[in-house]
Design a protein. Structure first.
Length: 182
């Protein structure tokens, strides 16, 4: 399989199912942002502080590929084989969030992103996830999108926020509380 096909040289690409669309199509933006998010999850996975979360982060990356395949499929082409996203995938994130929150202080204020490079990478992943969710929501207003995709992205951003707090705790980094000017 060649890495270059030259079929996109004029600014169009193919969805799964064969439909050609412009590369600026919101569907392309949606799954492209999922790909960007997946790269940031890989960066998080590679942080030393996350050695015990490698399996979970790999699973999240796998689910993001599943979501990317779903978003890259023309919804009018019902015969395209692709992996499924399941309710249990969302439940896994919720379980991980609940487990991490057991040892975290209750949240009483907004937290400024940062404090350690690994935590900062996590906040970048979280904000990319939120952007991805906004783009997929925009797409869902125009075309069919699985409700599970939106739910997973929403829960993933929650997971990433709690993961940042957990990493800060494990790295002995103080969370910086936002104190607005009065």
């Amino acid at each position: 399989m060649k890495i270059y096909t030259k079929t996109g040289d004029e600014g169009q690409t193919s969805l799964l199912g064969g439909t050609r669309v412009p590369k600026f199509d919101v569907r392309i933006d949606a799954y492209g942002t999922v790909d960007e998010l997946n790269s940031y999850i890989g960066l998080l996975r590679d942080q030393e502080v996350n050695w015990m979360r490698v399996e979970t982060l790999n699973e999240i990356q796998d689910r993001l590929f599943t979501i990317g395949a779903d978003l890259a499929t023309d919804p009018s082409k019902g015969n395209v084989k692709k992996p499924d996203l399941l309710e249990s995938d969302i439940e896994m994130l919720e379980k991980q969030i609940d487990e991490m929150e057991k040892t975290l202080a209750p949240l009483t204020a907004f937290i400024l992103p940062g404090g350690h490079t690994s935590v900062s990478y996590g906040h970048i992943a979280r904000t990319v996830c939120r952007r991805c969710e906004r783009i997929v929501t925009e797409l869902a207003a125009m075309e069919e999108v699985s409700h599970l995709v939106l739910q997973y992205l929403n829960r993933l951003s929650d997971y990433l926020f709690v993961l940042c707090r957990k990493m800060a705790q494990e790295l002995n980094v103080n969370e910086v509380i936002w104190k607005p000017r009065k």
